[in-house]
Design a protein around this ligand. Structure first.
Ligand SMILES: NC(=O)c1ccc[n+]([C@@H]2O[C@H](COP(=O)([O-])OP(=O)(O)OC[C@H]3O[C@@H](n4cnc5c(N)ncnc54)[C@H](O)[C@@H]3O)[C@@H](O)[C@H]2O)c1
Length: 413
């Protein structure tokens, strides 16, 4: 495990705690354990704090920290490396792990540049390992139903839509204080919905624009963004266009009734889909606890600590399910049949577009475009546009008032 911050605690920790007593089982690979053997973090403090309270079975992991923590982890006996560092540090850790022949699972967004994606994908092919990304919202039952309706032709031909994902101020103010300078909430969370749109509708990305606001997390003329509004234009195979607006923020008040606000609306030729992750069921008020310690509207589908009807305490939800699913894919590659057929199993696992790095091209293209547009904005040139698969190249930056375009990425996206 590389990085033991908020997302480790929410999803990886409960996965490792459950698998320690209930190993994975599949008819094709048998019983497969997935122990937490080693962790790498910046200071080692969170790892030590976790060890102190972890179940006994989990306390034996090696705790590497400091500048060469990832190198040390990779030299230790691990088969799979999960990367949950801040997003601009995914690439370096993933490169080291893949080069050492480890299967890799990276938190969203996978990487920030198409060139990085190309490099990791080529290395994964060369070393015969999986390089996969966590987009847990694809496993949200509501989003699965949306995709099922689209796949079955019940909802036909999406035309446009909006998504919003608003994070509390505590995220930007304290949780991410170490790495927030120069960052934006779009890369951090719009990416969930870029992937949902990309994976659900199967369209070709054409154009990216973005604007945003500053002044709360950092200075009003600085490089750190409070909120962003991203617009993506896609093309259907029949030439008709579809447009999606994705609004994000990490300065929503901390007394907001839910942990994050997540809403989508998609309009089709024959229908409208409205989804709200927070308002889908529970509203609860507890004196002295809500909305700070416990939220009024809880997303129990993502992640819930519960007392099972049979008396067991457990933590479950699609945020954890997505990690288990990846471990099963890795187990099937390694143990799902004879060694001489491993490459066939590996190829089958790499075909899974929901999480394979090779299938993340349009998402990374959108993130790369958004980041350069925001960087130009911060440098005094707002309203740039990035065209995708234009005559001049795969990602082409158009600067207002300038006749010469800038090619950010030459190959086709
Ligand atoms: N799937 C989701 O919904 C979701 C939610 C939150 C975060 N995330 C993603 O998870 C990643 C981490 O986010 P977080 O909220 O846990 O962040 P965090 O700031 O809480 O934790 C980051 C962790 O990475 C470690 N770290 C930082 N630099 C490192 C380095 N160079 N080498 C090794 N370890 C290093 C830190 O020590 C810390 O343990 C991000 O990519 C984020 O986008 C995903």
């Amino acid at each position: 495990m590389v990085g033991m911050g908020m997302i480790f605690d929410e999803t990886y920790r409960p996965f490792f705690e459950r698998v320690a007593t209930q190993p994975l089982y599949g008819p094709e690979f048998g019983v497969c354990s997935a122990p937490l053997n080693a962790v790498a973090t910046r200071t080692g403090q969170r790892a030590a704090a976790y060890r102190a309270k972890a179940p006994k079975d989990l306390q034996g992991f090696q705790n590497f920290f400091g500048v060469d923590a990832v190198e040390q982890l990779i030299d230790s006996p691990v088969d799979v490396v999960c990367i949950a560092t801040p997003d601009d540090r995914h690439f370096a850790a993933a490169k080291l792990a893949i080069n050492a022949g480890k299967h890799v699972l990276i938190e969203k967004p996978s990487v920030l540049r198409l060139r990085e994606l190309d490099e990791l994908d080529a290395m994964a092919q060369e070393h015969g390992v999986l390089a996969k990304v966590v987009y847990h919202k694809l496993l949200d039952p509501d989003h699965k139903k949306l995709r099922t309706f689209v796949a079955d032709g019940v909802l036909q031909h999406v035309n446009n839509g909006y998504c919003s994902l608003l994070e509390p101020k505590s995220i930007a103010g304290s949780q991410f204080a170490e790495w927030i300078v120069g960052r934006n909430p779009g890369t951090y969370v719009a990416v969930h919905y870029i992937k949902l749109i990309d994976f659900t509708f199967g369209l070709k990305l054409k154009r990216v624009t973005c604007t945003g606001q500053r002044g709360i997390v950092g200075p009003a003329d600085g490089p750190t963004w409070d909120s962003t509004q991203l617009r993506l234009i896609y093309a259907h195979n029949d030439g008709r266009e579809a447009a999606f607006d994705i609004h994000t923020s990490w300065v929503t008040p901390d007394n907001f009734p839910g942990y994050v606000e997540q809403e989508v609306q998609f309009r089709f030729d024959n229908g409208v889909w409205n989804g709200h992750s927070r308002k889908r069921g529970v509203e609860c008020t507890i004196e002295g606890a809500t909305p700070y310690k416990i939220k009024n509207t809880i997303n129990n589908h993502y992640n819930a600590s519960v007392l099972e009807p049979w008396g067991e305490r457990s933590q479950r939800g699609y945020g954890i399910e997505v990690i288990e699913r990846f471990m099963r894919e890795a187990a099937a590659v390694e143990f799902g049949g004879p060694l001489e057929e491993r490459s066939i199993r590996l190829a089958a696992a790499r075909e899974l577009a929901y999480n394979d790095l090779a299938a993340d091209r349009q998402v990374v293209a959108a993130v790369e475009a958004m980041e350069i547009i925001l960087a130009r904005h911060a440098a005094g040139i707002p309203e740039c546009v990035v065209e995708v698969n234009a005559p001049a190249g795969g990602l082409v930056l158009k600067v207002p008032g300038e006749s010469r375009d800038e090619v950010l990425y030459a190959p086709a996206v």
